[in-house]
Design a protein around this ligand. Structure first.
Ligand code: NAD
Length: 478
């Protein structure tokens, strides 16, 4: 890989630059580390035509052949894992160990889609007097995949792998903050010999304009979007007079409930991992901790000790466990939420201020706030930063109701051992993904996605392939 990588566009089988490019910045140092082509509406029109032209041939290929491309790409991602992890860590700021984990997750997703694409089964219904019925599944058609910067490799791999496996051409639209790792992954996929137009990539600084151009005609049959709830809802509103399948993976505001019988050491480790992973910039990050009053003091002592041991710094520096926030706006949101909470009576147990690193990027100390109440901004807005908001509850409180008191419904966590209590919570929690004594509940085998304003449809599991297929009901008369 060159020292200053360039993200080019992939359109109709050809890698190409654009008349205008934009700079890609290392969020730790704010130095320019690469450039990317800035695609506009003209590129969009050509890409849609190419995707439409490629759709039938790709859909008619044997699933086994499509799977072969994904398996080959997964093997290359694993082989080049270290080089890709360094690029991901530099471009996004996350610690190298997390970048390695994300790339391994991307490879697992490619492998899962390769396997699952061969099992996009339909079904046969029992005969009535006329004859049996069939339920057939066919690829939905050309897909637009829009991805965020916080997991720029795994989010892209998920969408592209599932779409390709199901038989759909894809136009990828990576986030403007992280086009380099996205382009590196797409290059790996394209170099498996994909037919022209099956995989395309458009990087841009003008996402709204580009996406509007891509969706202006009937060519793209599905949009799969991962990003903020605000932009996702905006996409739905802009559908206009044409229905189009839309998968939305949006923001979150995850609660973690610690039951009084939890293994406190494991719960503290789980909460700290679930919160401070990716500097808190995860849609599944623990935002709100509800701990039973009988164990609150002991749990918080353990949490504080573990948070004190976290190391803030450049993602690629030895020992770093918490990297920078992606930009100034991310930092300001964190500062605003902490100031609001403190003003309304919360206490800073640890952290509560920007971190001094000597670097130009936006670093914030891993922070724990206690005495948080539901009215505070931090209890309502996604934080997307390294701040944990703690509330205690007692036997007379309905903790499921407290946890559900949010517009979001992506991930929730329960730490405890009484199966009956855990099961009751599983029944009541309105979240798409739940980790029980498990701080990282995202697995290729499981459907991933949210309820309420956190999204619709699922990625991963067998539901992930279904999201890229249409159903046809066939009634047979013999
Ligand atoms: P964002 O919504 O700003 O951007 C996401 C993507 O949408 C980017 O590719 C961006 O270029 C594009 N985009 C921006 N404005 C657009 C517009 N008007 N029309 C079309 N596309 C547009 O989000 P972000 O800041 O990149 O990511 C952080 C958000 O993503 C958080 O809210 C986080 O919770 C969410 N997220 C959700 C999941 C999930 O699976 N549910 C995963 C990761 C991140």
């Amino acid at each position: 890989m060159p020292d200053t990588p360039v993200a080019t566009l992939l359109i109709a089988g050809t890698w190409q630059t654009a008349p205008v490019t934009f700079e890609v910045v290392d969020p730790a140092s704010l130095e320019v580390i690469g450039t990317a082509a800035d695609a506009g509406p003209d590129h969009a029109r050509i890409a849609v035509e190419a995707a439409v032209a490629a759709a039938r041939g790709w859909a008619e290929l044997a699933p086994e052949v499509r799977s072969g491309h994904l398996r080959t790409a997964a093997a290359v991602v694993r082989e080049r894992g270290e080089e890709l992890a360094v690029l991901l860590s530099r471009e996004n700021g996350k610690p190298l160990a997390e970048a390695r984990g994300e790339l391994s997750g991307a490879a697992r997703m490619l492998e899962w889609a390769a396997e699952e694409g061969r099992r996009a089964y339909g079904r046969v219904t029992p005969s009535d007097a006329a004859g049996p019925g069939l339920v057939l599944r066919s690829p939905v058609g050309p897909v637009l995949a829009i991805t965020p910067w916080n997991f720029p490799a795994s989010m892209l791999a998920r969408k592209v792998a599932l779409a390709l496996a199901a038989g759909c051409p894809v136009i990828a639209k990576p986030a403007e903050q992280t086009p380099l790792i996205a382009t590196a992954l797409l290059e790996i996929l394209q170099s498996t010999g994909l037919p022209d137009g099956v995989l395309q990539s458009l990087t841009t600084t003008r996402p709204a304009e580009l996406v509007d151009a891509l969706l202006s005609g009937p060519g793209l049959r599905k949009v799969s979007f991962t990003g903020s709830t605000e932009v996702g809802l905006g996409l739905l509103r802009r559908t206009g007079d044409r229905l189009r399948r839309t998968s939305l993976e949006l923001g979150g505001h995850s609660p973690a409930v610690v039951l009084p019988d939890a293994d406190l050491e494991a719960a503290a480790a789980g909460v700290v991992a679930g919160k401070f992973f990716n500097a808190g910039q995860s849609c599944t990050a623990v935002n709100r901790l509800y701990v039973h009053e009988d164990v609150a003091a002991d749990l918080l002592a353990l949490v504080e000790k573990k948070v004190a041991a976290l190391r803030v710094g450049r993602g690629d520096a030895e020992g770093t466990t918490v990297g920078p926030l992606i930009d100034r706006a991310g930092m300001e949101k964190v500062e605003r939420q902490v100031a609001d909470a403190v003003e309304q009576g919360a206490t800073v147990l640890i952290g509560g201020a920007p971190a001094e690193t000597g670097l130009a990027g936006n670093f914030y100390l891993p922070t724990v706030l206690t005495g948080v109440t539901p009215q505070m901004l931090i209890s309502r807005e996604e934080t997307f930063g390294p701040v944990l908001a703690v509330q205690t509850y007692g036997d007379s409180d309905d903790v499921a109701q407290l946890a559900n008191d949010t517009e979001y419904g992506l991930a929730a966590y329960v730490f405890g051992s009484d199966l009956r209590r855990i099961w009751r919570l599983l029944d009541r929690l309105e979240f798409g993904v739940i980790g029980v004594n498990e701080p990282s509940p995202v697995r290729p085998e499981l459907p991933f996605g949210g309820q309420k304003n956190s999204g619709q449809e699922r990625e991963g599991g067998s539901e992930g392939i279904e999201a890229y297929t249409e159903v046809k009901a066939v009634a047979l008369r013999f």
